[in-house]
Design a protein around this ligand. Structure first.
Ligand code: ADP
Ligand code: MG
Length: 206
């Protein structure tokens, strides 16, 4: 099957159109543009390339940049590293406040059709392999049972407010998956907090 990686801006627009909150992002051509984008707040700079699937492992993600000096150093290092993955772009993102990292994913499975996945994200993905899978579309009951199924349920949602948010996110993602013809969708991670969440990395294959 011939799959194509959707450009990040288009992928972000797609998820936002389902009211899934992806963090504010902008492609930048130099450190000055990054500084303007930051408006005095911390930002993240990343190399995006179809040839670099695991950005942080390859040193292509710089988090918590807060001043011109840091942004200049990060931009110059990323431009150097990016050349190995040409064509590439550098994207600036607002820095999500601390929270728990989860994965919300979707697949168009040859055998089972459209599936949605919820799992613990971040550095624990490989360690715990803790996830829940359902066929789409899911109901609110399914969303609740996906959350309940996780061994890390208490880490992912430590109160009712977080649980309600996560349910909404799962329902919206299921809606998106049903309405589109995507092969794969990865929101990895979604950084979730008591008062909200931010999708900071999106990968869509169509
Ligand atoms: P990859 O999955 O390709 O390594 P990500 O874009 O997911 O790259 O970034 C890796 C990690 O960096 C994330 O899991 C998260 O911990 C952190 N990170 C990335 N973007 C942001 C952001 N905008 N705000 C806060 N943390 C971020
Ligand atoms: Mg990621």
């Amino acid at each position: 099957m011939n799959m194509e990686l959707m450009e990040y801006g288009a992928a972000a627009k797609l998820v936002n159109s389902y009211k899934i909150n992806s963090i504010e992002s902008k492609y930048v051509k130099n450190a000055q543009e990054a500084l303007l984008f930051s408006k005095g707040k911390k930002i993240v700079l990343k190399v995006l390339s179809g040839k670099a699937l695991h950005k942080s492992k390859m040193g292509l993600v710089k988090v918590g940049l807060e001043n011109q000096k840091e942004m200049e150093a990060a931009f110059s290092d990323l431009s150097k590293k990016g050349k190995k993955f040409a064509p590439y772009k550098i994207i600036a993102q607002k820095m999500a406040p601390g929270g728990v990292e989860i994965i919300v994913g979707g697949r168009n499975d040859a055998q089972f059709g459209k599936m949605i996945l919820l799992g613990l994200g971040g550095i624990y993905v490989e360690t715990f392999r803790d996830f829940a899978l359902r066929a789409c579309p899911i109901t609110r009951f399914d969303a609740k049972s996906m959350i309940a199924q996780l061994k890390s349920k208490k880490v992912v949602t430590y109160n009712g407010k977080m649980e309600a948010q996560l349910e909404e996110l799962l329902l919206k993602t299921s809606k998106l998956l049903v309405a589109t013809k995507l092969e794969e969708l990865d929101l990895n991670p979604v950084i979730i907090r008591e008062d909200g969440y931010d999708v900071v990395d999106i990968r869509v294959l169509r």
